[in-house]
Ligand binder design. Sequence first.
Ligand code: GLU
Length: 488
Amino acid sequence: MSDVRVRFAPSPTGTLHIGSARTALYNFLFARHHQGVMVLRVEDTDLKRSRREHEVSIIRDLHWLGLRADEGPDVDGGYGPYRQSERTALYEDGVQRLLETGWAYRCFCTQERLDALKREQLARGEMPKYDRLCLNQSLETVRARLRAGEEATVRFKVPAGDVSFDDLIHGPITFSADVIGDFILRRTDGGFAYNYAVVVDDAGMKITHVVRGEDHITNTARQLMLYRALDEPAPAYAHHSLILGPDGGKLSKRHGATSIGEFRDMGYLAGAVVNYLALLSWHPGGEREKFTLEELVAEFDMSRVSKSPAVFDLDKLNWLNGLYIREMGSAELSEQVRPYLHEEGIALAEGQRDIVSAAIQSNLVVLEDAPRYARVFVEELSLPASVHLEVLHEEGVAGVLALLREALAGGGDEYPPVEEAKAILKQVADACKDKGIKGKAIYKPLRVALTGLDQGPELFYLVSGLGRSRILERLDAALTYLDERGSA
Ligand code: GLU
């Protein structure tokens, strides 16, 4: 173990968004690459919008992606509590320290005064900023006002001078403190400001690297000032770009699915999602696009993460997902597609499952596509309703159907293994050749007789996965049809 400690700090106000999932992933990759620790910290200070069920679903989604934190509300690592709502005593301690050391002061200004001040400053064309009216009150005055029941916030005394840091992704960044007013640490309602709580937490949890979205860059100046005031070493920062929709706007609902849960429900695979998100603004070099989580960990290099915006490319995610699906074993794929088939009322027989999975595997982009392709294996067929009936009118078709009938009627597994199905079809083809029956009378007519359709899975999958008895019934129906047509 190294001393690298990172944290993923979601606010439990909704489900896990794919942008946040990428933040979690970069934290995870960085931590694992350096044999460090990833902490999960739940930033639930917005009591109105935070919900425990969101925390539970975020953790579940992280686990699904394979991004388990080493410490967090569900795994104690000695640096807890891991929910901000349970850390108020620590925030209070810090505020007392800052008051004692003169880095903070009480402010009794009312909202009305602050609003008026802001209006005046804006009217003068100035940047609105607290004017420090309450900065130099004597201790006695402060005590007297508090005793008298006046409400006060605690403000941070922003030090003069620039604040600089060397972002691991963006390089050197400098902020001028002139534009930063004395900000509030503790509100009159006792709540603590985000910028302050984050510093108390990151310092207390010994976080060495803060990896987060670049929407937090401007917060970093305030946070660095607080480290100085609290006499704590500041972590290194890596602010990654945000994910944009194809139209260049911030990725949102109007672009389609945005939460990890939605992608999971559609049948994207965790490995493909992780692979895709990792490569959104980073690539280890070379042509390769497919990496397991372990490989990503081994290759990850923060200094190669691009600072350009990452545009969400659904086609690439789909391509990767299809690749992952095609690499699955058919037993595993059977398990994965089962709930999707079930939802559409498609119940496969035990012996049918793996055959059907193998048959549809190459068609699937997402698991949700499975019912569309699997339906043919369970659907009832009324041959006369088929729009492809004329395919059966080819010379010699009745003979072909009879050959397959004969090959299957001998008995065997209801769902003959694929190899056996191939052998049966070969036997039919050989016999046709001997009799001089042309290909035109063989493959398409067999397909129409078995499914009523002129395209679909490979014939050997149909012979294997439809079921011997069902096939015999369908061949009989087709032969009867041809017979009646012939005698008509
Ligand atoms: N809770 C913050 C968010 O969800 C994260 C803050 C941070 O990473 O510093 O945006």
